[in-house]
Each structure stands twice: as structure tokens, then as C-alpha cells.
Design a protein around this ligand. Structure first.
Ligand SMILES: Cc1ncc(COP(=O)(O)O)c(C=O)c1O
Length: 446
């Protein structure tokens, strides 16, 4: 038997009651409110990433909590084969904000099983069996979503043998990444090679037909990357002409994060299937797929889960969406996102360790480099800044891990979409202090 030799915390007998995920950090969090949480000693932290980009209205939003409690007082569970009023109401609410071609919602529990639901729907609609995903993509840790994820050989290092028979064959193609173009081309003169290459990948499948292309509309784990202009339109066209489903993985980008309920609306695209997760349940386990015209059929009980869309979870999600509507939080996300970008770009002028700042609404990445000319990734320095923020500034930031994409040198900001301007400035002020510490650390070493 092989214990986790990398992380001694996992081997400690005192904490062995839970198998902890990679990247575990021993901070006992006991209470949260808005953009703040507290540890078991009463220390307050400011959260610039809404948990794990999950509590989009912050912790314990009163409307969400009240809706869940009210529903729990009526009934806590309805079998998925009966009608469930909250589930119907939630599906209608989702569809009212989804692109025009969307017709139905398939519910699930986590992002990964929803991706698999979208794969089923795509296979049924197209008759294909293969999927194309991008370099740097992350779609989950079930067997088939691991296979779609760029990270899986690294994530499973040392334990891949034996899993191979469960991991379906998938095709990975170069991603969009204008800062580090996989084709070594320059924006403006590249003629969107990354998008056009998709057609080659779809057509050159000698023994099987492609059912779907799956794309994050802002690639997160791969490095916080926005799509270049024209990219998704080109891919949409390629998918339509080849009878292949375009699946937008909006597990991270939906529910106000990018400036609208769905990032699909922000970039003006009608995918065939949209995958939802993370913020969808407002802190509770809920995910799903929004299925477009012609993509709504499954066979039998192909993608269903006993605990999907329970009434109280749906009630919390509906309350979250009502607050988003009433407070026009999509727009707020755009305005606040612009403020973040402005201040971060100002910091870029003052701190040479910032190589690039990228964002769409409140989905923001800051890439740290050792040298702006060579763009050498500053993984260790990024870890230093992330830790300094948490330990010295009491600010929780996100960070890419080298296990998920190619590098671990991007700091992530994904605060609650109802963060106020004052709270945003507090996050940015604290970040700047850690960045200054990081710059001094870098200067000392060079
Ligand atoms: C883009 C994307 N898709 C899918 C998933 C899988 O979601 P879950 O962890 O809820 O299964 C994730 C999780 O990080 C994700 O970022």
C-alpha cells in the first residue's frame, strides 16, 4: 500500500479520519459572512475567491439561508422520478437567462458528473463517441472527465497504471493562450490558428466520430486565459459544419462571474450544451447541464443521481438567482471587474514580477514571471505571494497549480459577485502588500 508520501499531513494519524485533497492546507474554518470567514481561534480572513468560486453572493447570504430553511421545514427530499416544484422553478429560471437556443436542464451533483451528462447528451444527439478538449483544460476527476483533463497524467503520477482501462481515449488540441501561444504565433497575425486547428482534430479521427468539443469559456486551471476575439465563433462554425456538439464548460464562469448569468451571453455564443456547477448551488451540492434544441434526449437512466436537485438545494439556488436579478449583479461584476483590472494594471507598472493581467468580469488572473522578456514562469515566487497573502495579510487568493496546467504562476481573483467597491479595494490593498513582499524577495534573489 502506498501512502501519500508528498504530503505528511495526509499521513498523520491525528488527521487520518479524512482523505484530504491535494493542496490541503491545515486551516480550520468555522464561520463565514459575506466576503469574510473566521478560523477556530477567531482570526478574520478576507476571501477574494468566494470559497472555491462557489459562494457567489458571499457566505451565508440571508436570502439564500432563509430559502433553504423554509424549504427544509416543508420537505427535505423528493425522489427524482416525482415532480419537485423547486426543481421545475429552478430549471425555468435557468432557461430564462440562458442563450435563446436552450430548451431543458439536466440536473446532477458536481461539475464532473454534469460534464459526463453533457457527454451522454452529445453522444445521443450526434451518434459520435469521441471528445476533443484543450491543452490546459480541467473538467473534473471522474474517470471520463479526468481523461478529458490536460492535468490527468500529472495528477495521477505514480498511480496511473491500472487506471488506463477506465480512462476513455480523448483528443487534446492546443488551447487559446495569447500570452504563451502554443503555436508560437502573435495575436493579430495568427489567423486564429488555435481555433482553426479544431477542424483538423475533428476530421482526423480514422476510427471514430467526434461527438463533442468541450471548452471552458475562460480557461481557469490552465492559467486564467481569456479567449481571443473570434475564437469561439470560429469553433462554433466548425462544430456546426461537422455535426459535432459544442459543449461550454461554465462550471466556473456562470452565475455572474463574467458579467452575465452565463459567460456564453457575454461572448455572444449559443453552445449546444452548457455545463453548470460550483456557484450553481450557492454553497450546496448542485450541478447540471443546459441542453439546447436537438440535444435533450437520453436513453433510460443514463445520467441521473439519487440526490440530484433536492428541494432545499434548489430553493437556495433560486434565491441566489433572484438576488442576482434584483441587484443586477451581472452588471456589477463587469463594473467591479474593470476596477480590479485597472488597479492590477497599475500594479503591473510598479512591480516587474507581474508579466500579465487578464480578466473577464470578476474572473481575473495575474501571471507572475521571473523576467518580462523571457516570460520565465515564477512558480516558487507565486507560492510565496499566495502564502504571504494568507499568513500576513489574512487574504485568501487563488493560485494555479503546476499539476493542473503547465505552470503554477498565476494568482486568481474570483470574489463574490456582490463584493462592494470598498471590499474590493481592501482585497487589492492587501494583495499589493504581498506583491511588494514578493518583489523584494525576487530582487534579493537576483
Ligand atoms: C471548469 C471545470 N469543470 C469541471 C470541474 C469539476 O467540478 P467538480 O469539482 O464540482 O466535480 C471543475 C472543478 O474545478 C472546473 O473548474
Amino acid at each position: 500500500m502506498q501512502d501519500n508520501v508528498e504530503n505528511p499531513v495526509l499521513n498523520s494519524p491525528t488527521v487520518s479520519s479524512v482523505i484530504k485533497p491535494m493542496g490541503h492546507y491545515p486551516l480550520p474554518i468555522v464561520r463565514g459572512e459575506g466576503v469574510r470567514f473566521w478560523d477556530d481561534e477567531g482570526t478574520e480572513y478576507l476571501d477574494a475567491v468566494s470559497g472555491e468560486w462557489v459562494v457567489n453572493l458571499g457566505y451565508r447570504h440571508p436570502r439564500v439561508i432563509a430559502a433553504i430553511k423554509e424549504q427544509l421545514d416543508k420537505i427535505e427530499y423528493v425522489t427524482p422520478v416525482f415532480e419537485n416544484e423547486q426543481r421545475t422553478k429552478l430549471a425555468e429560471k435557468v432557461l430564462s437567462h440562458a442563450p435563446k437556443n436552450m430548451r431543458s436542464v439536466l440536473f446532477a451533483l458536481s461539475g464532473a458528473d454534469a460534464v459526463e451528462g453533457a457527454m451522454h447528451l452529445a453522444m445521443r444527439a450526434t451518434g459520435g463517441t469521441e471528445f476533443v478538449s484543450l491543452y490546459g483544460a480541467f473538467h473534473g476527476t471522474t474517470f471520463s472527465t479526468l481523461a478529458l483533463s490536460y492535468s490527468y497524467p500529472k495528477m495521477l503520477e505514480g498511480s496511473k497504471e491500472g487506471l488506463d482501462r477506465y480512462l476513455t481515449r480523448q483528443t487534446r488540441v492546443p488551447n487559446y493562450n495569447c500570452y504563451r501561444c502554443p503555436f508560437d504565433l502573435k495575436p493579430g497575425s495568427c489567423d486564429l490558428m488555435c481555433a482553426r486547428f479544431m477542424e483538423t482534430a475533428i476530421k482526423h479521427q480514422p476510427d471514430a466520430k467526434v461527438a463533442g468539443v468541450i471548452i471552458e469559456l475562460f480557461q481557469s486551471n490552465g492559467g486564467m486565459l481569456p479567449m481571443p476575439e473570434g475564437y469561439i465563433e470560429t469553433v462554433r462554425d466548425i462544430c456546426t459544419r461537422n455535426g459535432v456538439a459544442l459543449i461550454a464548460d461554465e462550471v466556473q464562469t456562470a452565475f455572474g462571474r463574467c458579467g452575465d448569468f452565463f459567460a456564453s451571453n457575454v461572448v455572444g455564443i449559443e453552445p449546444d450544451l452548457i455545463v453548470m456547477g460550483k456557484a450553481f448551488g450557492a454553497g450546496q451540492p448542485l450541478s447540471g447541464v443546459v441542453a439546447g434544441e436537438g440535444f435533450t434526449s437520453l436513453r433510460g437512466w443514463e445520467a441521473g443521481f439519487t440526490l440530484m436537485s433536492t428541494p432545499a438545494v434548489c430553493a437556495g439556488s433560486i434565491a441566489m438567482m433572484e438576488v442576482m436579478e434584483e441587484e443586477d449583479l451581472g452588471n456589477h461584476s463587469r463594473v467591479l471587474g474593470a476596477h480590479f483590472m485597472e488597479r492590477l494594471n497599475e500594479m503591473k507598472e510598479r512591480y516587474s514580477i507581474i508579466g500579465d493581467v487578464r480578466g473577464l468580469g470578476l474572473m481575473i488572473g495575474v501571471e507572475l514571471v521571473k523576467d518580462r522578456e523571457t516570460k520565465e514562469p515564477a512558480d516558487e515566487l507565486t507560492g510565496f505571494v499566495w502564502r504571504d497573502a494568507l499568513q500576513e495579510q489574512r487574504l485568501l487568493l487563488g493560485k494555479t497549480g503546476p499539476v493542473f496546467g503547465d505552470f503554477g504562476n498565476v494568482i486568481k481573483f474570483k470574489p463574490a459577485v456582490n463584493t462592494t467597491m470598498v471590499e474590493a479595494d481592501e482585497m487589492l490593498d492587501r494583495f499589493e502588500r504581498s506583491l511588494a513582499a514578493g518583489q523584494a524577495y525576487h530582487d534579493r534573489q537576483n
